[in-house]
Design a protein around this ligand. Sequence first.
Ligand code: AMP
Length: 211
Amino acid sequence: MVTASPVYAPPLAICVYCGAASGEDPVYATAARTLGEAMAKAGIGLVYGGGGIGLMGAVARAVLAGGGHVLGVIPEFLKAREVHLKEVTELIITKDMHERKMTMFQRADAFVTLPGGMGTLEELFEQLTWAQLGQHKKPIIIANIGGFWDPLITLLDHMGEQGFLHKAFIAGTGSPRYQIVSEAAGILPACLAQLPAKGVHAADADIARKF
Ligand code: AMP
């Protein structure tokens, strides 16, 4: 792992998973910018995949424009394609995707999933499955912007109804391990409401050793 970084990191950071594309509906990019602006204003750092394109680029640029801290975590092979955002506050170059995802997990206090494709889904489900196995307690927010994730939510409900999800995993049962938020303005408040004081998640940092 190579770090080209300043020393300062904000007390709280949110990992945002989202598409390397912007999608068909401009409401997705608007939501990415709204979230980035709110994070910068609240002094909450962004942890993300380091890309300069699509929703990834939109959220990172909004945080930077607001004077916020952006940590980009990018594997060597993607950086080599010159698609990373050079303006990030802190850049970590990892040897592969596994190291990237673990680094993002360790540096984040919560996870937000904006609209995206297979990469975004894979990252969301990694956090959901780790949480299901009791390996972390960090908040997981599914940002259902413009109803984008409706088909996924239907599938999750179906998995629950068919007995493949633990009850605590089904949103709306009182103790969901993920929360669905439909408006960009609601994402940060939902995250903050679930975030304990910094330090409580320290035990999560050794997740690698538990697997
Ligand atoms: P997707 O949801 O399929 O668009 O994939 C989003 C994920 O793809 C990101 O979280 C990254 O893992 C990866 N990715 C694709 N393009 C880039 C890029 N230019 N820079 C960084 N990560 C990228």
